[in-house]
Design a protein around this ligand. Structure first.
Ligand SMILES: [Zn+2]
Length: 283
């Protein structure tokens, strides 16, 4: 677990898993040779030319509220299209409980988007039925995102997570459909970053002049800071995703804004800086 403070806001990384995958599983340009050739700055985020990744939730504590950003893959979910994630039995809930985060202490859950590795712990299996994991939480979902995925009739890899991890929360009356630029507290708000999915959102934090942003999957790995035009095969609109990412990198470059990567392993947080004419991510 890692922790950061921005003014009065505390952010805690709640790790579910840290896979090491070939870069090409996420970005087709990221072969082992390319990854190794990128330079020393990228080494903390890689292992033998592969990507070190992290699937984690970020707990944001602001004004007495506990906000959980993204809920990983979850347990017991049938994921035939994702072998590593099929019917997992990880001690995530026990781990966070040990870290002082009980299920009923969460006030809000926000999913940056409704993909398989961001909605999993919205629900858990209870006597054969999917129940909301965080019984006292309001589950915030971006209206455009729900609109898109609730009607999606393509691959079950995208439909199944909606059926077992999103719909049960809606049916239980726990969900609230919100605008992609909504404010959650005086210190925390959402900023629309569309492209990876239609209603994708990032989370902005500002407290006492200290600033941060949680990326979501608008960026998957720090190598995309240097190559914002590299697109991910899971992007709904690759062109828009690429434009959103370029704008993000330019906007936050050389700014005192802590960037927290939703899939960044090891140094999860750092700054976008300009070095030798290119963009880099430095922990
Ligand atoms: Zn993801």
């Amino acid at each position: 677990m890692s922790e950061w403070k921005l003014g009065d806001v505390k952010i805690t990384r709640l790790r579910e898993q840290e896979p090491v995958w070939p870069g090409t599983a996420v970005l087709k340009q990221a072969t082992a040779d390319v990854v190794k050739g990128e330079g020393e700055w990228l080494e903390p985020f890689c292992k033998d030319g592969r990507f070190r990744l992290s699937i984690h939730a970020l707990l944001v504590e602001s004004e007495g509220k506990r906000i959980l950003v993204d809920t990983c893959v979850g347990n017991d979910k049938k994921r035939p299209g994702f072998k590593e994630w099929n019917e997992m039995h990880l001690p995530f809930l026990q781990d966070i409980e040990k870290a002082g985060v009980s299920r009923d202490s969460i006030d809000m859950v926000i999913c940056t988007h409704l993909h398989v590795d961001h909605v999993g712990w919205n629900t858990f299996l209870d006597a054969g039925a999917w129940k909301p994991t965080f019984p006292k939480a309001r589950y915030l979902m971006v209206n455009k995102e729900w609109d898109h995925w609730s009607k999606f009739d393509g691959s079950p890899d995208f439909r199944n997570p909606i059926d077992d991890s999103v719909r049960p929360v809606i049916d239980a009356g726990k969900a609230e459909l919100i605008d992609p630029n909504s404010r959650l507290t005086g210190e925390v708000w959402l900023e629309a970053t569309p492209g990876h999915t239609p209603g994708h959102t990032s989370v902005r934090i500002s407290s006492r002049g200290e600033n941060g942003v949680i990326t979501g999957d608008m960026i998957h790995h720090p190598i995309q800071v240097a190559h914002p035009d590299w697109i991910c095969e899971f992007d709904t609109d690759p062109q828009m995703a690429s434009e959103t990412r370029k704008a993000f990198v330019q906007r936050y470059c050389d700014q005192p804004v802590l960037v927290l990567g939703t899939h960044f392993a090891g140094p999860t947080a750092g700054h976008i800086v300009r070095r030798n004419g290119g963009y880099r991510f430095e922990a």
